[in-house]
Design a binder for this molecule. Structure first.
Ligand code: FAD
Length: 456
């Protein structure tokens, strides 16, 4: 589907929503949610607003979110303004009316893994608890642009995971059966169907011929920055404080409960603390006085020069290890592997580029003369079973959300939904119940490592 038709569908969705809310279509009247609990008015974006601003040199746009100084204390503090932290704050406000919230970010919002990933969205995981939370997230993505009044460019173009060994065929058939029972729409398809869906794919080898694929037609991609920006704008409109350039350097507790955090902008008190910092989770946990079964490694990606449209789905080739999709700008978006050692560098390394491109040239011979434009890395937080942690901690009012590793972009709305429930009620709801951190002590693994191969 072209970018224009997506934009049009998004706009039509806005009209429907505005009409359902009984407002004049295309006005700047604040949304229902935005005004809840005395929040600030949020100007609605619409095609009419764009036309009006075009006529006045775009001088009338307001800032998408405020940049306030921290208050002395809050009802809740979220550390980390990545997608998961911002989504947690958003659903705390939207679902539970908790809006006296600060989101503290040491850099700029969305500048961590959220702004560095290859944006694959799918929900066909093996285990029941994984499928439930990823499918919740995928289904929230379907209407996220309308919910946030911000185009997150969700594009359900279909995600294909190639089976190139008999082991993978069996694994994906098993996942397809499990997904049927879980109510997740996915199917195992033949090599011929693979070729029909992606004609530029070489299904004959040379090392690993394509034997089939796990196909999720409603999986796809989204615009990663827009997800962070859309949530940030909605949080700010609810009166929450997003404080960037504010690193948390210490966690203070009394009587087994957090009372506040030390930051580079001073001490800030809180009644509840949510730690949502991906690759830095181990460091924050140490500040709070507990250990996590998690390691931090760099995962990298690269993009090519832009070319004409040649591929309208996402393909993952896990055996040779590389995956690729084409962005709306025409760049081929390519993902590689994680470093084999712990590190905190947000860069890539040459051997991964070589390995990944070798794998993809085998799979898509037509890209062999493509120039690569840029490459980067992000610090991902890996657990032993490759499943996330959404958990209470040894400190009564401190909660943690981490361990999304190489595959958490797709989970952002569902994760935020579940983490908000945990923080608001103090107990996990059904989506988060299995993901507590004590499962590693008790041997209750949610093993996606073998099933997923690569967990994007
Ligand atoms: C190259 C790459 C490709 C990927 N591809 C995919 C994909 O295709 N599909 C998919 O689903 N997932 C993918 N992922 C994984 C996905 O990006 C992450 O799981 C997800 O973005 C994690 O979001 P987050 O909000 O938890 O973390 P982040 O976005 O990293 O946010 C955490 C924030 O915490 C902040 N922070 C850290 N320490 C502190 C502190 N002390 N004080 C204040 N703030 C702090 C950081 O600055 C950061 O902004 C990929 C990741 C990478 C790196």
């Amino acid at each position: 589907m072209s970018h224009f038709s997506r934009l049009w569908r998004w706009q039509v969705g806005n009209f429907r929503r505005e009409a359902a809310e009984g407002r004049e279509v295309g006005t700047d009247a604040p949304g229902r949610d935005a005004l809840r609990d005395g929040g600030h008015a949020m100007k609605r974006y619409s095609v009419f607003a764009i036309a009006r601003e075009a006529l006045r040199h775009h001088a009338g746009w307001e800032r998408a979110w405020a940049s306030p100084q921290p208050k002395a204390s809050y009802d809740a503090i979220i550390v980390g303004a990545g997608g998961h932290g911002l989504a947690t704050a958003y659903y705390l406000g939207k679902n539970y009316g908790i809006t006296n919230v600060a989101i503290l970010e040491k850099g700029w919002l969305g500048g961590g893994n959220t702004g560095r990933n290859t944006t694959i969205i799918r929900s066909n995981y093996l285990q029941d608890s994984s499928a439930a939370i990823y499918e919740k997230a995928r289904s929230l993505y379907e209407t996220l642009s309308q919910d946030l009044n911000y185009n997150v460019m969700f594009s359900p173009r279909g995600v294909m995971m190639l089976a190139q060994t008999h082991h993978e065929v069996r694994g994906y058939l098993r996942t397809a059966h499990a997904n049927k029972l879980q109510g997740v729409e996915t199917e195992f398809i033949t090599p011929q169907r693979v070729k029909e869906l992606c004609p530029i794919l070489n299904i004959d080898g040379p090392r690993y011929p394509v034997l089939g694929a796990l196909w999720q037609a409603r999986g796809g991609t989204g615009r990663h920055d827009a997800v962070a920006w859309g949530y940030a704008r909605a949080c700010s409109a609810m009166g929450m404080d997003i404080i960037q350039q504010c690193e948390v350097t210490g966690v203070r507790s009394e009587g087994g409960k957090v009372v506040g955090v030390d930051t580079t902008k001073g001490y800030i008190g809180t009644k509840k603390l949510g730690i949502v910092v991906a690759g830095h989770s181990g460091q924050l946990a140490e500040m709070a006085g507990f250990r996590l079964p998690i390691e931090a490694v760099a995962l990298q990606a690269l993009v090519s020069e832009p070319i004409k449209p040649c591929m309208d789905i996402v393909v993952m080739a896990n055996t040779v290890h590389g995956y690729m999709s084409q962005s709306d700008k025409g760049e081929m978006v390519i993902g590689g592997g994680t470093d084999g050692f712990n590190n905190y560098t947000q860069r890539g390394s040459f051997h991964h580029i070589e390995e990944t491109l070798r794998a993809l040239i085998e799979t898509f011979p037509i890209i062999s003369r493509l120039k690569m434009l840029r490459q980067w890395g992000g610090i991902v937080d890996m657990t032993g079973d490759r499943s996330p942690i959404i958990s209470k901690t040894p400190l009564g009012n401190c909660f943690i959300n981490c361990g999304w590793g190489t595959g958490g972009f797709k989970a952002i709305p569902g994760s935020g939904w579940a983490m908000a429930e945990l923080m608001a009620k103090g107990e996990p709801g059904p989506l988060a119940a299995e993901f507590d951190m004590w499962r590693f002590k008790e041997g209750r693994f949610i093993d996606e490592s073998v099933a997923a191969g690569v967990a994007h």
